[in-house]
Design a protein around this ligand. Sequence first.
Ligand code: MTE
Ligand code: MO
Length: 328
Amino acid sequence: MVQPLKEPNKISAHEVTDPAIYFNRRNFIRAGILAAGAVATGLAYRRLNPVGTGGVKTAPIEGLTAAATNGATGFSVAEAETSFEDITHYNNFYEFSTDKEGVAPAAANFDTKGWQVSVEGLVRKPRVFDLGDLLKISPPEERIYRMRCVEAWSMVIPWAGFSLSKLLDVVEPLGEAKYVAFETLLDPKRMPGQRSDVLKWPYVEGLRMDEAMHPLTLLASGLYGRALPPQDGAPLRLVIPWKYGFKGIKSIVKIKLVAAQPRTSWNEYASNEYGFYANVNPHVDHPRWSQATEQRIGESGRRPTLMFNGYAEQVAQLYAGMDLRANF
Ligand SMILES: Nc1nc2c(c(=O)[nH]1)N[C@H]1C(S)=C(S)[C@@H](COP(=O)(O)O)O[C@H]1N2
Ligand SMILES: [Mo]
């Protein structure tokens, strides 16, 4: 979304570099490292030796296991994982920078000590969780999901976390709760991008209750077997793999169960371009670009975008009977 927000004369050279060219250059640089890594893939290896950490040092996540699927599918895609280097150096996180490569350096010293998350609203047991207590609700699982940004690039990311439903169960939602509203930290001292009015702060997002309770909806605290780096939304973010990336709100401090559809940041910014649902849909183009194909970061060429980002089998029934063109 960066380029459309800026005057042409404010776009720096690297922002207009085609992602394919940019990443092929970087792939070339790390080809040697990857060749060594390819013979020793797997959770244990990655946990100890994330490929190309690029100076990102976060704690390993203890007790990480594969998702307990109970026969359900979609928790792990069999597609090449995007490198740790790309996942942590090509970011959208406007609280730090609107420049994708500028986010990692701007967020490097983001301090999450003492982090708390308030879970409130239409629940029987509202509670302010210390992060450590929240993370004890359920064991961390590795979930390998596709991630499709509305800007038509994509990645495959091995997240760590557990289903949001586990947290919601703890606070006991009331029958009147129909939606869940999420908020990012508001603190312009620690998040310098909030001193600009590029978006209205804090960043807010929302889901319908059944979307929030879907087992694929992930409360993520890590990636590649380590705690989330700041640029990816430390210490806690949302990941909804069948929706455009902007629904995956980062650095969450508040989760509120509500009766009415909550406001969401990008919808408020441009409601004709970014809907509340934001389900990945190759048949509904963005007003200014096609959504039919995408650039998988680290690959050359484009691949077709899949309905619900390839998770139709798991989630299409949530939208049965809805007009997906009107509810985009
Ligand atoms: N608080 C907050 N959350 C955010 C964003 C943001 O700017 N601020 N950007 C969103 C967008 S547009 C995308 S594509 C993903 C990017 O996640 P990643 O940088 O970890 O790949 O985060 C989403 N969550
Ligand atoms: Mo995005």
